[in-house]
Design a protein. Structure first.
Length: 250
């Protein structure tokens, strides 16, 4: 942290850059650095007598991002993609292929990064949508958006009050309910004959799929582990599953 005389001696562009760096920490919720970043921001704000509209108090996430953009512009810099997500270079205006009739139900997934990664894999492998239930983070969460890399803007995403309502709807519309879990008695993903339509169910990172939800599954699949670990990251496991499903539709 700079003392007052050093901060005031900086060029306005350098001051703006420092404000934007602190806002980035706050917006992306970078752990234990957040309180320190807030204190440093407000100290500098006092040094230069920032107006009320450029202070942190009372700001929601969208307003913080707008403030970040303001300081990045004053510093003569562009926006960092993990803070202000726009279409990435190389992204297409339209999908390469039509989506297949498979979706994913994300129930009680604690990690916002995992939720965002699932949304991104849904787009990458051409599934039709994402369903959320329980305490799984919503697509407007900053970390979800960071991991989804903009896919949350076009992938259909629906929040359900109950995972059972989501499962019931899909069953009534001819979808197999596919539980992705670990276990020696569960069919190997390499040996599965994939149905025409399916809803892949993901569970909590630590506890897995709740028994009462597992009881609703009409299919179960597992990814065999060759190493010492018994399981892998849920978002990575879903990406493998989505790849296998997509490949079966060729």
């Amino acid at each position: 942290m700079y003392p007052e005389h050093k901060f005031l001696a900086m060029l306005p562009t350098s001051q703006a850059k420092r404000f934007s760096e602190l806002l980035r920490v706050i917006i992306l919720q970078l752990g234990s650095d957040i309180p320190k970043a807030r204190r440093e921001y407000e100290t500098y704000a006092d040094f230069v007598k920032l107006p009320k509209e450029e202070r942190l108090e009372g700001k929601n996430q969208a307003q913080l991002i707008d403030l970040y953009k303001t300081f990045r512009t004053r510093a003569g810099l562009g926006f960092e993609r993990d803070v202000y997500l726009e279409q990435e270079p190389g992204d297409r205006e339209v999908a390469n292929e039509k989506p297949i009739q498979y979706a994913v139900l994300v129930h009680n997934l604690r990690s916002a990064f995992n939720v965002g990664s699932v949304i991104r894999s849904t787009d990458c492998f051409g599934l039709e949508g994402v369903h959320l239930s329980g305490y799984s983070c919503s697509p407007d969460h900053v970390t979800v958006k960071s991991a989804a890399r903009g896919c949350q803007e076009w992938i259909p995403i629906k929040r359900w009050d109950s995972p059972f309502d989501c499962i019931k709807w899909h069953k009534e519309n001819g979808y197999e309910i596919i539980a992705l879990e670990t276990g020696e008695d569960i069919p190997d993903i390499r040996d599965v004959k994939w149905p025409e339509k399916g809803l892949v169910v993901l569970g909590n990172e630590e506890l897995g799929i709740a028994p009462e939800i597992m009881a609703e599954a009409t299919m179960k699949v597992t990814i065999p582990m060759a190493g010492r670990k018994a399981s892998m990251n849920v978002a990575g496991a879903f990406a493998i599953t989505a790849f296998c499903i997509r490949g079966s539709k060729k």
